[in-house]
Design a protein. Structure first.
Length: 128
């Protein structure tokens, strides 16, 4: 069994359990060409072909790598469906670790225009 989370554009993060092939779960949740980026122990699976679809671009997640309030070339913008999991030292996809779940809890819901989007600050945010 795999404990993971999903995110669809404009929706809340949804925690799930799945059985069967990890690849089949990824294909079912992502519905596109699989691509991966990671934030420490959190693996972020998404559709690498979202730009090729003839659909409006609806960002689901913005990973801010700079403190600049605007989106920069260093930031990661992901559109479409996302699946969150973790991986072991062999690179196999595994259930979300405690550390990965802590990272997910730091995601903040914001507005991009009138569209809700999740934002993760991948740098230390100084409290004023």
């Amino acid at each position: 069994m795999l404990n993971y989370a999903t995110l669809k554009p404009g929706e809340l993060i949804n925690f799930k359990e799945g059985v069967g092939s990890t690849y089949d779960l990824l294909k079912k949740e992502i519905q596109g060409t699989l691509a991966l980026t990671s934030i420490e122990e959190l693996d972020v699976w998404y559709d690498d072909g979202f730009l090729l679809k003839e659909e409006p671009l609806m960002p689901s997640l913005i990973i801010k790598n700079t403190p600049n309030p605007s989106i920069t070339d260093w930031d990661v913008v992901i559109c479409g469906n996302i699946m969150f999991a973790s991986s072991n030292e062999d690179g196999d996809t595994i259930s979300l670790t405690e550390e990965a779940t802590k990272i997910l809890s730091k995601f903040k819901l914001a507005l991009l225009g009138t569209n809700p989007v999740w934002v993760y600050h991948n740098y230390e945010v100084k409290q004023s």
